[in-house]
Ligand binder design. Structure first.
Ligand SMILES: [Fe+2]
Length: 365
């Protein structure tokens, strides 16, 4: 593990304010992987491309259970949303989301369904295999429920990566558990295969950061540590390209790929990978839970304390489990006013077990 981290001085939690705790800026891989190792499983593709689809991590039936739970969660707000009536697939009938489908407020990160997904043995096994330890902690990340053909959402590609260029090497590996059929017309995650290894080169030059019209507010963190690629209007394969020489090289060594996935599949990507989410264009609703885990040993006391506060207050975080713990304590605003459906607890609370507390980072292993 690197010894080059810097940690900010201890902070205290402020009511209703999103803050970042345990900020660390490591400058090399947190684990040294044997470049010549052959695993004989998905790890070979992951280490080659920086991203991989892992098939059938949960059964299609279990995926349907989670998809149904997510739809029910939307209906719980009593805003008139009906998954069978596209005329209700508008912001007025839905809780407040980011980019037309990402949910992380209203206690959603701590809904029973979110914890059940994180606790799935096969999901934990992915990260255990990746990091070589069972002593993992998870992020309190959100979910994505995207309705296709939304007429009230202006969508355009926002290519970015979820690791601050000040962090070098493999610091976090993100994932999503997919619940619904996700073919070519169903939007989803577009990843630039191979871009993780070009991260340092790409950011060697000064880049525009969060300059896209849809980029999250600077106050939002997974995204203050994000850096968007150059603005593009097409979302084409040149989305990450600029006129610079280094990016021309990047373009020839990494390609944009839509990761078509089936219910129960898991997508895993190095946080240095350039990516964006494409809005669904067919008839299929997209249902996804974002999940990320790293070894507990990566976390410092400030990060663990922040995780405990978030857990106990049903507050979400970004995808970072062990550092850069951003409390998503901001309130959902609707037409400039607090959403009348604002809530600070899940509709369905998880059953808290020692196993969960260890995964949450509250209890030591
Ligand atoms: Fe992202």
């Amino acid at each position: 593990m690197s010894t080059t981290a810097t940690t900010t001085k201890a902070k205290t939690f402020e009511e209703g304010k999103s803050q970042t705790f345990g900020e660390r800026y490591e400058t090399k891989d947190l684990i040294t992987f044997d470049e010549n190792a052959v695993y004989g499983d998905w790890r070979d593709e992951f280490h080659k491309n920086g991203c991989v689809v892992i098939k059938n991590v949960i059964t299609p039936e279990k995926a349907q259970y989670y998809a149904d739970k997510q739809i029910q969660w939307l209906k719980n707000f009593d805003l008139g949303f009906d998954e069978k009536d596209p005329s209700t697939w508008t912001a007025d009938h839905l809780p407040v989301s980011f980019k037309g489908g990402m949910y992380f407020l209203y206690g959603s990160a701590h809904e029973k369904m979110s914890w059940e997904a994180r606790m799935e043995p096969a999901v934990r096994d992915i990260f255990a295999k990746l990091w070589g330890t069972n002593e993992l902690i998870c992020s309190f990340d959100g979910m994505n429920i995207s309705m296709p053909k939304r007429t009230d959402v202006q969508w355009s590609p926002w290519p970015h990566c979820d690791q601050n260029p000040r962090r070098k090497g493999m610091q976090a590996v993100q994932g999503l558990l997919n619940y619904s059929p996700n073919g070519e017309n169903d939007g989803g995650l577009i990843l630039m295969k191979g871009s993780a290894k070009l991260f340092n080169e790409f950011f060697a030059e000064k880049r525009d950061s969060a300059d896209h019209e849809d980029a999250p507010r600077r106050s939002w963190s997974s995204w203050t540590c994000s850096s968007s690629a150059r603005r593009t209007s097409s979302g084409s394969k040149t989305a990450a390209a600029s006129s610079s020489r280094s990016t021309t090289r990047t373009r020839t060594r990494a390609d944009w790929s839509l990761f078509a996935v089936e219910p129960g599949d898991f997508v895993l990507w190095d946080s240095r990978t350039m990516h964006y989410a494409k809005f669904p264009e067919g008839d299929q609703i997209r249902n996804v839970q974002y999940i990320c885990m790293t070894p507990r040993q990566f976390a410092d006391e400030e990060a663990l304390k922040a995780k405990k506060w978030c857990f106990e207050n049903y507050v979400g975080t970004t995808h970072w489990p062990h550092c850069n713990v951003r409390s998503a304590a901001e309130k959902p605003m609707r037409n400039g006013e607090l959403c009348p459906k604002y809530r600070t607890e899940p509709f369905e609370k998880p059953e808290v077990t020692d196993d969960m507390l260890r995964l949450a980072g509250i209890k030591p292993y």
